[in-house]
Design a protein. Sequence first.
Length: 321
Amino acid sequence: MIDVNRVTALGELLIDFTPSGYSDKGHGLFETNPGGAPANVLVALSNFDIQTSFIGKVGNDQFGHFLKNGLEQNKIDTTNLLFSDQVNTTLAFVHLDPTGDRSFHFYRNPGADIMLMEEDINEELIQQSEIFHFGSLSLTHEPAATATFKALEYAKKHNVMISYDPNLRIPLWDSLDRAKDMILKGLKYADIVKLSKEELVFLTGNEELEKGTEIIQSQYGCSVVFVTLGPEGCFYRSKSHSGKTSGFHVEVVDTTGAGDAFVGGALYKVLELNKHVNVLHRTELIEIVTFANAVGALATTKKGGIPSMPSKEEVEKMLLT
Ligand code: ADP
């Protein structure tokens, strides 16, 4: 058991096989990297010296051990990363098109990440966290969906702040209706939610940032809603304030992980302010999103997910310029 754990995240953990570059000649060279949004968020926090823990499941195979080592190299506690002897680690194959845009093919047949069980959830670990973060890939299949809701029940019971990035990946759901139902069910637990504009429209049917975020807040009770807008920064809404903050201008290399970096940056600032997000002043909200925009922007200046998470010094330097 670790002494002080401030943020716990639960979710998928898989290996991304990414082509070393676009080639229509099929050169067959791939880079392998640990993947999964909740783990990226923890790496962003780890880079700011926040102690974190990961809850999830991988196969007891070479891939699973590679992933555990990857988290540990990033100073994430893996005591609650479990190994399955029956099911293999989930793999994701990235397809790059000539413009550098990516799509994913998942090998999950099923994958160990969705075999997380209710009884695998460590209540004590969640109880001693200040923030519990989760995504939606663990909600796509059972038993991981039930296990995720068990973890959310523990977080609520112990008044742990809950952060949610639905991170909708349509091909992973068997139906869009089920995706919407499950994501909305997850929203009911969230104190902090980060959405993309597309997700906001999908969930609320509303194109307008003001109206859409108001629906999320009034119907699901989320204290703070962030809608990230790529290079344009982010829209934020708390119970008493809303507004837009501009993004930072950077030379973009690869946008993978920008949203996770944003979440990591936002959670870091929430911890630093040491307040529940339902009592934030406007200046504090702006401080959070400005910092998060800087972390997100810096993550686009390097390749990959985990390797692109910036250091605190890089973020501070960007905020001073
Ligand atoms: P996601 O990766 O979840 O789709 P975004 O692409 O909106 O999320 O990126 C998250 C955040 O990262 C944005 O709110 C912004 O602060 C920053 N960001 C993303 N793309 C850029 C960019 N091209 N230039 C500057 N900042 C960016």
